[in-house]
Design a protein around this ligand. Structure first.
Ligand code: NAP
Length: 539
């Protein structure tokens, strides 16, 4: 197809074939709308297509991190591990696509470069890098929150004689680390998951750490047939209950403050979360005020530090791995690991502090720091994160009413109504984007919530004969203010995290997700719909 042809006419274009785009396609088909998913990758799966680094697995339990929309699907799929590894999740997504015959409406290798609203037609003109054009009533952005990888911009990678990779753009054939001297930059979730895996295979691993973050053990284990059967017997009820929890998955919330219990009880509770209750994010809900009360938070932080000191044999390395007191526990995305801290007891692993002596360039033989220290390397791995939450949307030339660019509108941070729509951008919707619980929740359930809401909204618009659905400016302003106010009541904005955009030089410092929790959010969006889509104009 070339751009001399008229654009393909559709009811909806969906950008991205991850969990969100796939379920949105399924849902639109169900209500009889024509839709096509445009996907940049050469396969479906979004995050799980790109992030193939060794050790990649989900930090939300597989029994929850899966679609709930089809009872048959959830009955027939058998998760094998408590935390599914990336290949299993990718297999699952492909299974869903085939099972519901979705592939025929998914166009791969189709990176969307622009989406321009035509005010006379009330339609979006969507164009791909390859020049394909689509005219659609609705443009639905299922572009993911962590899909634009960021590598440091330091010089020298062109002269580096070895190989280098980013965690989010991992070669499909894998990387052979055997006999290699590997440098890993970044100690967020990706770096923490990769460290033990690379250490086992490489001749030597140097981990370059700028900020020590908190990591808790996943306590991953196989799911037994009995456990699986028990969950499947009441899966629907489990899903419903999950939506009633703050994060949309089970973390057994404690309703006590960390400050109202004795030292002994506190320690017991933390130990229970660390190990007995099954590890992972459960630690975040050990007490009800960890994210709002610094005193309570300090107790959790100190507990993790005590675990690091007890695990890592070399005291200097242990101290370096301990997060500093000015970083409250959980305010940067908590890492969930398998044997991360233990790995630093290996003879072939070294930890280097690049906060005090930053990396400044790659050289033909490795990496060099500001002080001139050189690290000879054969492979450099960047686990340096993403332009989170807004990166993917800002990488597309999105223009709304009056030719306004979304990039310009979001110059000082993302502005949405309910995290779903943007004033001045009619018929454009964002799934699990900024201003919604999104990355602070079980993404799959938050995606389902958004897709179900939006699908109903489009059905209602059709019944009304509306051609245009647009968030009102006042509603958007109110929502942005609310999102900020709620975040400001917590400790989250005190950290330099990607939630705040502060991992990217020059990015506005705004807390992007909605922190009030899934039940509160669900109640609001349902009320908005019940109230005739309050805050939207439908015409
Ligand atoms: P990240 O959390 O943003 O971590 C990036 C790391 O790279 C940080 O330690 C950062 O240090 C470091 N870094 C960046 N630029 C650097 C530089 N120039 N020199 C030295 N260090 C540098 O990214 P991520 O680990 O890819 O994780 C991103 C998010 O993806 C996670 O928070 C999570 O939501 C998701 N994820 C989930 C899983 C899972 O489900 N288990 C796995 C992977 C990722 P600073 O902290 O100092 O900036």
């Amino acid at each position: 197809m070339s751009n001399t042809h008229p654009p393909v006419e559709l009811d909806a274009v969906i950008v991205g074939a991850g969990f969100a785009g796939i379920y949105q396609l399924y849902s639109l088909r169900r209500i009889g709308l024509s839709a096509r998913v445009l996907e940049a990758g050469e396969g479906v799966g979004g995050t799980w297509f790109w992030n193939r680094y060794p050790g990649a697995r989900c930090d939300v339990e597989s029994l929850d991190y899966s679609y709930s929309f089809s009872e048959e699907l959830q009955q027939e799929w058998d998760w094998k591990e408590r935390y599914a590894p990336q290949p299993d999740i990718l297999r699952y997504i492909n299974h869903v696509v085939d099972r519901f015959d979705l592939r025929r409406d998914i166009q791969l290798n189709a990176r969307v470069t622009s989406a321009i609203f035509d005010e006379t037609l009330d339609r979006w003109l969507v164009t791909t890098e390859g020049g394909d054009r689509f005219s659609a009533r609705y443009c639905i952005m299922a572009t993911g929150c962590l899909s634009i990888p960021q590598a440091p911009t330091f010089s020298g990678l062109d002269v580096f004689k070895g190989r280098w990779y980013h965690s989010a753009n991992w070669p499909h054939e894998g990387v052979d680390f055997s006999g290699q001297r590997v440098g890993l930059i970044g100690t967020g979730s990706s770096g923490v998951q990769m460290t033990p895996e690379i250490a086992q295979r490489a001749k030597h691993l140097t981990v370059f750490q700028r900020t020590a973050n908190y990591s808790v053990p996943a306590q991953n284990e196989p799911i037994t047939p009995e456990q699986l059967a028990e969950v499947k017997a009441n899966y629907g009820a489990r899903r419903e209950r999950a939506l009633e929890t703050h994060t949309g998955h089970f973390l057994i919330a404690n309703d006590k403050s960390a400050m109202e219990v004795s030292e002994e009880e506190r320690r017991k509770e933390f130990e229970f979360r660390w190990k007995g209750a099954g590890g992972g994010f459960r630690m975040l809900r050990a007490f009800n005020d960890l994210m709002v009360n610094k005193q309570s938070n300090d107790k959790a932080a100190e507990f993790v530090r005590s675990k690091i000191r007890a695990t890592v044999k070399d005291p200097a390395t242990a101290e370096l791995l301990c997060p500093k007191e000015d970083l409250p526990f959980g305010t940067k995305r908590l890492c969930v690991d398998t044997d991360y801290y233990q790995t630093f007891n290996r003879d072939n692993v070294a930890l280097v502090d690049v906060k005090t002596d930053p990396l400044v360039e790659a050289t033909p033989g490795g990496l060099r720091t500001q002080s001139g220290q050189e690290y000879p390397l054969d492979i450099i791995v960047f686990a340096t994160g993403f332009d989170a939450m807004t990166g993917a949307l800002k990488s597309i030339d999105v223009r709304g009413v009056g030719g306004q660019h979304l990039r310009d509108k979001w110059e000082h941070g993302p502005r949405t109504y309910l995290g779903l729509a943007v004033a001045g951008f009619p018929n454009l919707f964002i799934l699990a984007g900024p201003g919604s619980p999104s990355v602070l929740s079980n993404m799959v359930h938050s995606i389902e919530l958004h897709v179900n809401w939006l699908t109903q909204c489009l059905q209602d618009a059709r019944a009304k004969g509306a051609r245009r659905i647009e968030a009102q400016q006042q509603a958007e302003d109110g929502w942005v203010q609310h999102v900020n106010e709620v975040a400001d009541r917590t400790l989250y904005p005190t950290a330099n995290s990607w939630y705040m955009g502060s991992n990217m030089p020059g990015k506005p410092r705004v807390f992007m997700p909605y922190v009030a929790g899934v039940p509160a959010y669900r109640k609001i969006v349902n009320e908005v719909a019940a109230d005739g889509y309050r805050g939207f104009e439908m015409a």
